[in-house]
Structures are given as structure tokens and as C-alpha cells.
Design a protein around this ligand. Structure first.
Ligand SMILES: Nc1ncnc2c1ncn2[C@@H]1O[C@H](COP(=O)(O)OP(=O)(O)OP(=O)(O)O)[C@@H](O)[C@H]1O
Length: 977
């Protein structure tokens, strides 16, 4: 009791020497042969020397708890001991604690074993220390009885080598607690026990003991009721016990088998030895030797086993070493690889670092330079800003001065503006007064201007009326454009004016000398359209519907555009229609429009004059039929009554008619123009109208004449038939010229009968018809000569006065009035002529000393100098023409001519008109020569048909009625060819 108390006190003591003494004492008690000094003398080193091999420790454990040590060949005795202690849940120590330093941890471990198994190692198997922990005697007895029951239970008794008393030690605490403060603490402890792993390490006997105790306690205290947690613990304990029992059962079976085998071996050996012993009886010493030998053998066997186990250990260690070597070599390889990679990487990094450092150095250099630059700039800027500041400061001063000056000025200006405003107001008042005055004056001016414009319009109207009254032949000049293939760079037409002016330039002469001026009623340039041309002549054409006779003819050399103007080009579109189409269409449309007031009948004849033969272009029998001319004026006004007369009924009919006529027109080729028509084409539109109100009738005729080409024969280079054609053409054109100039000279005899052309046009050329001539001009310089003679002819024609146009209206009384009027005008003419003649005679008498000249010849030659006449060379004079064509002379024209002759019956007077008659004419011409302007004034001889000056008209008028015969003659000469 006292020793146990001492042990407990030593275990609890913090003094290490005391604890060591306790351990040494206990070990010596268990193993008296131990080479250890007694407790107070034993040092840590003594204890270390005793325990260093671990044999003592293993022996101690085998003694205390025989199954605790496992046969693990891989470790030494110390290791095995430590592992067993650890499994048992006792505080262990490290291997180094046993090798050096203080032995405290080792001592603690042994003391813990002593605590747990202290009584086992001693003589007393019933551990008094264990029992003394019970508080009461009853309790202790109960525990003892319980442990007794437990240990004597069939399970425990079936386990060989189990120290029954030590099993229960682990759970003493539990039990104690149960005895002591069960009610307060047992639940918590059980919970801890459930969670902990101490059950796994607890000896089975302890587990069983605890199990039984708990059961008993429960039976006693709780009347058979077991708490849930306790039940769980019990189940766990039972499971553990069952597992162990089954493990140990298997173990025991194996051991039994082993023991049986050994026993059998030993038995057989014993039998052998007994046999040997029977043979060598009495040899007790030998027996003892045998026993010793057996022992030695057993030890030898043990040694061999140990060696084998060591060899196995070595082999295992070698295998481990090989494994480790291979691992080490792999690791080395990996290390090598890693090293290589690392080196490569570090090399890369180094190169990169070198580059970067280089770049950085460069950058640093650049930055340095920039820094230098910026420093310089900063200094410059500073200097600049300094100078600027200075400058601005000066400027500020100046501006301040200027502002103050300006303020002063503004104040001055304000003052002056007030005065100026006053002035302006005054001026405004003044101006408004003046403006009011000006407005009044302007009104006056406007009125005057209006009046002036009115007067101008009146003038224009009067001029036109005068022109109409005068009955001048209108002459329109048309210049055709250049044709493909012609040299359009140089043109013989130099200038085209708005007022009918035209300048023809001579290609052989330069400057002013080369230019020749002409003036006509109108000049159409090359770009003038067919429509524009027609618009200009439209009123003239429409007058046919009012009973006028109108004649429009186109004159010009071959290829100058006559057919184009009159008909239009081949296969003409409506836009390209010539005058013929448009005139006929226009007349038809207007007649249609007027049908409510006047009913018109329109009829068309189309003939051509070819080689002085008339052909019908609209006839059904073709153009072969030759037609005669009716020289007497028919009641229906038809000159060629046999020519087919086609009534016009529609616009399409108009087109059809014109196309038929065009197709039938004789065409033949010449050297100048392959399409040149070698005939005169005459389209005559006869109009008969009846006024539905008055019943009056009117007749009008429109002759549209496309003359044959007027070129010179020599230029045409033709012979034979072509020459004959040309001669006929030129002859007829000359006859036309003669008629025109005869009319212009107001000759009593007009040679209409010199050609078929003049006979056909008789009613529209003389008398009171309106006549218009298109002079066609070819601008090509090669045609200059032809163009010049054409224009000269046209110029003379433009000066011809045919007399006042009159409408052919027939009324009930109209007819008598007309006749009376005709007679009146004729009488007036005769009287005026007589007056003129008397004046002339008086003049002649007064100038008898003047010698007669042949000036008159030139006048007549001049008058008949049409291109046709000049070209033919021989010329057909007016006089001769009149004589040669007596057979063709119409009665009417004869009558008219004769009327003229009868009225101027004085042979002297009539002879004045004849160039070859007597010397009086020559005398007249001599006078004319005297009154002619000088050479430099030749341009004044040119006709001025468009002279609009009212004053001039007045003069003309007075000259007609009051001027002297000389003046009148001068006027005629000026206008004559
Ligand atoms: N104003 C114009 N615009 C366009 N072409 C024109 C014009 N005048 C004439 N021409 C063309 O010039 C050529 C000759 O014209 P056109 O046949 O009318 O001449 P002409 O004087 O009638 O000839 P001829 O005397 O031989 O009959 C034609 O090809 C015609 O189309």
C-alpha cells in the first residue's frame, strides 16, 4: 500500500530524478539481474545504457502486455516498442530521446506503463493501487466482483495469453466516474469515449468489463432502462469486441495449428531421444548435455531465424535502395533537364536583357537629346515670351492711348452724327421734293416715250403700207449651209446683218476692197429652219385667201438650195417641209377654219417647164403630155387650163399631191449637181372663196416656182442636150429678168411672151400681184462669181416696183368700181407721165447744146444684165424680146400694153422708153449722166427697199406727185438695175 502510494507520488512528482528512481526501482523489481545500480545511484546514462538496445523495453512490454509487440522485421527493438506503446495510447518518446539528452520522455513512458500495468510485473497480481481508488468498500467489492465475473466469463477464458486483470485497467476511470459522479459526468464522458479512438486501443477485457459494469449499473440504477448514448457506446464496444474476437480466434487457430505442429515435431524428437536414451541409459550427463544441446539448438535456430529475418531486411533494404537509386537517377535526370532548360531560359533572358538594356541605353540617349532640345527650346521660348511680354506691354500702352483717342473720337463722332442726321433729314426732305418733281417729269417723259413708241409703230406700219402700196418685189436671201465635203473653213459670205445686210467677200481680194455689201428685205443664215423661213412669208401666202395673187419663186445657181427651200430635202419630215407643203397645208387649214363665213375651194396645179415645154406633173398620163398656154386671161384665172387641177380636201391629200409632183419632176445629172433639176417647177394654188353673208366671190392664185439652176453654161461644161437645156433655162431666166425690169421701168410693153415661164406667171408678176423672190446663195468660195452675179440680179429685182397689189374681189357693184378704179389709176398714170414728158421736153429744149451720148445703151444693158443674159453672151434685150414673141403675146397683156401705148400714144413719148428709137432718149440719158453721183458715191445707186425713214417716204411720195421728171428719172435709175 505504501509502495504503491510512493509510486503514485513519484509519477505525479515533477522532479525528474525522483521519477527516474521510481523507474529504475520498478525495472530492478521486474528484472533483478539487470546491470543497473540501485535507484538513488542510477543516473540517466545508466538507464540509457540499460535501455539503449531496446531489448529490455521489449522484454518489459512482453511481460506487461504479451500481445502488444508485433513481429516487424523492418524495425529494431526500440522502434517496435515505440510502435506498440503508441498503439496502446501511452505517451511515447522519440528515438533520439534514448540516444542523447535527458531521459525524461523515456522515464515518463515507462512510468505510464507502470501506471497501467504496474501490478503485473510484481508478485501481487491483484493491483492494490487499482482497488484503492474506489471510494467505498462496497463499491470496491462490487468492482472486484464484476471484474471477477468478467474475467471468468467464457469469452475471456477462451483467449489465451490475455492477462485478465490488466484488460480492465483502461476503463477504470470510466468505472470510477460511474461510481463517483455518474449522474453528473458520465454522459459527457461517454460522449467523449464514443468520439475518441481509445476504444480501438483498449484491451478487450477492459471493454468487456466496462460493458458488463455498465449493464449492471443500468440494471441496478435505471431498472433496465439504458440511455441512447450508452446504448450506442455499448454497440460500438460490442462490435469492436466481436471484431477482435473473430481476429483473435483466427489468430489462435493459427497458433494452435503451429503449436500442434511443433508438438508433433517435439514428440517425434522426444521419441528419438527416448530411443537414444534407452540405448545409452545411465548416461545422465549426456542427458544434461543433450538438454543443453537442445537449448543451444533452439538458440541457434533462433539466431538463424534472426539472421534470415535480417537477410530479408537487407534484401528489402537493397530493393528499397535500388528503387531509391532509380528514383534518384530519375530525379537527377529531371534535375539535369530542368538545369538545361533553366540555362537555356536564363540565356534567353540574358540575351533579352542585353537587348533591352541596349534599347534602354539608346532610349536614354534619345531622351537625353530630347531633354537637351527641350531645354534649348524652353530657354528660347522663355526668351521669346519675354520679348513678347515686352512687346505686348508696349502694345498695351499704345492701345490704351488709342482707345482713349477713339473714345474721344467717338464722342466727336456722336456730336457730328447728330449734326449729320440733321443734314440728312434736310437732304431727305429736299430729295423727296426733288423726287416728286422728277416723278412728274418722268411721267411726262414716259408719256413722251409711249408716244414715241406709238409713233415708231405707226411709222413701221406706214412703211409697210408704203411698201405694199409701192408693190415692191420682196427679196429674201437664203444662204445654205456647207454640205459634207465642202470646205467650210472659208466662206464667201462674210457678214449677215439683222436688217437684211449681207457682205460678200471676194476670195481673190483682201480687206475692204474684197467685200461687197448687199441689202435685201431679209437674209436667212445657214442655220435658219424651214419653219422660220415660212413664218416670215406666211402673211404673204395667207393674203391669197383674201383674193390676192402671189408669186414666190426661188432663184439661184444649181445646188444653192432652191428645191430645199421650196420643197424640202428628199423624203422630208414634217419639220423639213419646204414652202410648197407648208403653204398648201396652211391655206387648207385656214380655209377650213373660215368655213363658217367664207367657203373656199382650193385647187392645185403642178407643172414643169422643161426646154420651153410645159408638162403636167399631176396628170394621170404622166409628164409626156405637152400643154399649151392660154394667152387670154380666163375667167377662172388659169394660165394652163389643160394642166390637171386637183382639189385639196385634206392635209394628207396635200402631202400626196406634193409627193406626186415631186416624183414626176424631171431630173437629170450635171457636173455641178447630180440631183440638179433642169426644169422650172411651178405649183399653182388656185383659191376661190365665196362670202356667205354678202355673196361676193374672190379669187386668188399662189405661184410657187422652183426655178432651174442659173449657172453659166461654160461652168457646167455640158454639150449636146445638156447645152440645149442650159440655153433654154438661161433664156427663160433672161426673159423673167426682162419682164421684171420692164415692169420696174413701167414700160408700156412688157415682154411676157419671151418665155413660157413668164407667160405662166403673167398674172402674178405684173399687174397687182405680190411677188417674193428667194435668192439662194451657195457660201462656197468656188461659187463666188456665180453668187456675185446672183446677188446683183437680186439687188436689182428688189428695187422693182410692180404697183399696188389688189385683191380680186368680185361683187355686184364691186366689178364696176374695180374697172373704174383701174381706169382712174391708168388715167392718173398717163397724166403724170405726160407731165413728166413735158417737163423732160422743156429740159431738153433748154439744153439743146448738149450732145447726145450713148448713155441710154448702158442703162438698158445694165437693166438686162441678169446672170442668164450675161451668161448666154448674146443677150436678149427687152425690145428685141418683145418683138420676137409676138405670136405668144396674150390678148390681155396686149390690151394692157396697148392701153399703156394708147394712153402714151405720142410716138416720141413711147420712143423714150426704147433705147434705140431716137436721140431724145439719148438726150434724157445725157441729163441723167449729168445728175448721176460721182464715182465715189456709187453705193448710193444701190436700191434701198427697206429704207424706213418716214421723211424719205414723204420725199418719195412728193417726188412721185410733185417732183420734176428729172428727179423721178433719177429715182428710177437709183432703183433700177
Ligand atoms: N438650208 C439648207 N439646209 C440644209 N441643206 C440644204 C439647205 N439648202 C440646200 N441644202 C442641200 O443642198 C443640196 C442642194 O440643194 P437643192 O437641191 O435644193 O439645190 P437647187 O438649187 O435646187 O439645185 P438645182 O438647181 O440643181 O435644182 C441638197 O442636198 C440640199 O438638201
Amino acid at each position: 500500500m505504501s509502495s504503491s502510494n510512493n509510486a503514485a507520488a513519484a509519477a505525479a512528482s515533477p522532479d525528474p530524478s525522483r521519477r527516474r528512481e521510481d523507474v529504475v526501482g520498478w525495472l530492478l523489481a521486474l528484472f533483478p539481474d539487470l546491470p543497473l545500480p540501485p535507484p538513488p545511484e542510477a543516473t540517466d546514462e545508466d538507464l540509457r545504457a540499460a535501455l539503449a538496445t531496446g531489448r529490455l523495453l521489449c522484454a518489459l512490454l512482453r511481460r506487461l502486455c504479451p500481445g502488444a509487440l508485433l513481429d516487424d522485421a523492418s524495425t529494431d527493438n526500440v522502434g517496435r516498442f515505440r510502435a506498440a506503446v503508441e498503439r496502446m495510447g501511452v505517451a511515447k518518446f522519440s528515438a533520439s530521446d534514448l540516444e542523447r539528452g535527458q531521459m525524461t520522455a523515456v522515464v515518463n513512458c515507462i512510468l505510464a506503463l507502470k501506471d497501467r500495468f504496474g501490478s503485473r510485473g510484481g508478485d501481487d497480481h491483484r493491483n492494490p493501487g487499482f482497488l484503492t481508488r474506489c471510494d467505498s468498500e462496497g463499491g470496491r467489492k462490487r468492482v472486484e466482483s464484476k471484474l471477477q465475473r468478467m474475467l471468468t466469463s467464457p469469452i475471456m477464458s477462451g483467449i489465451p495469453g490475455v492477462d485478465k486483470l490488466t484488460i480492465a485497467t483502461d476503463f477504470v476511470m470510466v468505472f470510477q466516474l460511474k461510481q463517483g459522479g455518474y449522474a453528473d459526468q458520465l454522459g459527457g464522458k461517454y460522449s467523449d469515449l464514443l468520439k475518441s479512438t481509445s476504444l480501438d486501443n483498449a484491451p478487450t477485457q477492459s471493454l468487456l468489463g466496462v460493458f458488463n459494469s455498465i449493464l449492471d449499473e443500468s440494471i441496478e440504477r435505471k431498472n433496465g432502462q439504458i440511455p441512447y448514448r450508452i446504448a450506442c457506446l455499448l454497440r460500438k464496444v460490442i462490435l469492436e469486441i466481436e471484431r477482435r474476437i473473430s481476429t483473435q480466434a483466427g489468430h489462435i487457430r493459427n497458433q494452435n495449428n503451429l503449436i500442434k505442429a511443433r508438438e508433433e515435431k517435439y514428440q517425434s524428437r522426444i521419441r528419438v531421444l527416448e530411443v537414444l536414451a534407452g540405448g545409452v541409459s545411465g548416461q545422465t550427463h549426456e542427458k544434461e548435455g543433450m538438454i543443453n544441446l537442445k537449448t543451444v539448438k533452439a538458440e541457434e535456430t533462433q539466431r538463424i531465424e534472426d539472421e534470415e529475418s535480417k537477410k530479408e531486411d537487407v534484401a528489402r533494404l537493397l530493393t528499397d535502395k535500388e528503387n531509391n537509386d532509380s528514383i534518384i537517377s530519375e530525379l537527377k535526370k529531371e534535375l539535369e533537364e530542368t538545369k538545361r532548360l533553366h540555362e537555356a531560359h536564363s540565356q534567353q533572358l540574358e540575351t533579352k536583357a542585353a537587348q533591352v538594356s541596349k534599347e534602354l541605353e539608346q532610349r536614354i540617349e534619345e531622351v537625353k537629346l530630347m531633354l537637351d532640345d527641350s531645354t534649348k527650346r524652353r530657354i528660347e521660348l522663355e526668351e521669346l515670351s519675354e520679348t513678347r511680354i515686352q512687346f505686348w506691354k508696349k502694345k498695351e500702352v499704345v492701345i490704351d492711348q488709342f482707345v482713349s483717342l477713339q473714345v474721344q473720337n467717338v464722342q466727336d463722332l456722336k456730336l457730328s452724327s447728330v449734326s449729320v442726321r440733321h443734314e440728312i433729314l434736310n437732304c431727305q426732305n429736299k430729295w423727296s421734293e426733288e423726287l416728286a418733281g422728277l416723278g412728274k417729269s418722268l411721267k411726262v417723259v414716259t408719256n413722251t416715250a409711249e408716244k414715241y413708241h406709238g409713233a415708231l409703230a405707226e411709222n413701221r406700219k406706214l412703211f409697210n403700207e408704203i411698201q405694199e402700196l409701192k408693190g415692191n418685189i420682196r427679196v429674201y436671201c437664203r444662204i445654205r449651209p456647207f454640205r459634207p465635203g465642202e470646205d467650210d473653213k472659208s466662206s464667201s459670205v462674210e457678214y449677215i446683218g439683222d436688217n437684211g445686210e449681207l457682205v460678200l467677200s471676194n476670195p481673190t481680194k483682201q480687206g475692204k476692197e474684197g467685200g461687197k455689201n448687199f441689202t435685201f428685205n431679209k437674209v436667212f443664215g445657214p442655220i435658219t429652219t424651214q419653219d422660220a423661213v415660212f413664218k416670215d412669208i406666211q402673211p404673204l401666202i395667207r393674203s391669197v385667201l383674201d383674193g390676192y395673187n402671189v408669186c414666190i419663186f426661188a432663184y439661184g445657181q444649181t445646188g444653192s438650195g432652191k428645191t430645199y427651200t421650196m420643197m424640202g430635202p428628199e423624203k422630208a419630215t414634217e419639220k423639213e417641209w419646204g414652202v410648197n407643203y407648208r403653204a398648201l397645208n396652211d391655206l387648207f387649214n385656214i380655209s377650213h377654219d373660215r368655213r363658217d363665213t367664207i367657203t373656199y375651194e382650193l385647187g392645185v396645179q403642178m407643172i414643169e417647164i422643161y426646154n420651153e415645154q410645159i408638162r403636167d406633173l399631176l396628170g394621170s398620163g404622166g409628164v409626156q403630155k405637152k400643154l399649151g398656154i392660154q394667152n387670154t386671161i380666163q375667167p377662172n384665172g388659169l394660165a394652163v387650163p389643160d394642166a390637171t387641177m386637183c382639189p385639196v380636201t385634206s392635209t394628207s391629200h396635200v402631202i400626196e399631191l406634193m409627193q406626186t409632183g415631186h416624183d414626176n419632176r424631171a431630173m437629170s445629172a450635171t457636173a455641178l449637181n447630180e440631183r440638179s433639176s433642169r426644169s422650172h417647177s411651178v405649183v399653182t394654188i388656185h383659191v376661190r372663196g365665196q362670202d356667205l353673208k354678202t355673196g361676193n366671190t374672190l379669187r386668188g392664185a399662189l405661184h410657187l416656182v422652183d426655178l432651174a439652176g442659173s449657172e453659166r453654161v461654160d461652168r457646167s461644161a455640158v454639150t449636146g442636150d445638156r447645152l440645149k437645156e442650159a440655153q433654154h433655162i438661161n433664156k427663160s431666166l433672161a426673159a423673167l429678168g426682162d419682164v421684171i425690169f420692164s415692169l420696174s421701168q413701167k414700160n408700156a410693153h412688157v415682154p411676157y411672151r419671151n418665155s413660157k415661164l413668164t407667160q405662166v406667171l403673167q398674172t402674178s408678176l405684173g399687174g397687182h400681184a405680190k411677188t417674193l423672190m428667194f435668192v439662194q446663195v451657195n457660201p462656197d468660195v468656188s461659187s463666188y462669181t456665180e453668187t456675185l452675179s446672183t446677188l446683183k440680179f437680186a439687188e436689182r429685182v428688189s428695187g422693182v416696183e410692180l404697183g399696188v397689189a389688189r385683191s380680186n374681189k368680185e361683187g355686184k357693184e364691186g366689178k364696176d368700181v374695180k374697172e373704174l378704179m383701174d381706169q382712174l389709176s391708168l388715167l392718173k398714170d398717163t397724166i403724170s407721165k405726160k407731165d413728166e414728158e413735158i417737163d423732160r421736153l422743156q429740159l431738153l429744149n433748154s439744153s439743146t447744146r448738149l450732145k447726145p451720148t450713148r448713155q441710154a445703151d448702158s442703162v438698158l444693158k445694165h437693166s438686162s444684165s441678169s446672170p442668164g443674159i450675161t451668161s448666154l453672151g448674146k443677150g436678149t434685150s427687152v425690145g428685141s424680146g418683145a418683138a420676137s414673141d409676138l405670136d405668144n403675146f396674150s390678148d390681155t397683156s396686149d390690151r394692157q400694153s396697148e392701153a399703156g401705148s394708147m394712153l402714151s400714144v405720142d410716138p416720141e413719148i413711147s420712143g423714150l422708153a426704147d433705147v434705140d428709137s431716137d436721140g431724145r432718149t439719148r438726150a434724157v440719158n445725157r441729163v441723167q449722166k449729168l445728175t448721176l453721183p460721182k464715182a465715189g458715191q456709187s453705193s448710193s445707186l444701190r436700191p434701198k427697199p427697206r429704207d424706213p425713214a418716214p421723211a424719205a417716204t414723204g420725199v418719195r411720195k412728193s417726188s412721185t406727185s410733185q417732183a420734176t421728171p428729172l428727179a423721178r428719172n433719177n429715182s428710177t435709175l437709183k432703183r433700177g438695175p
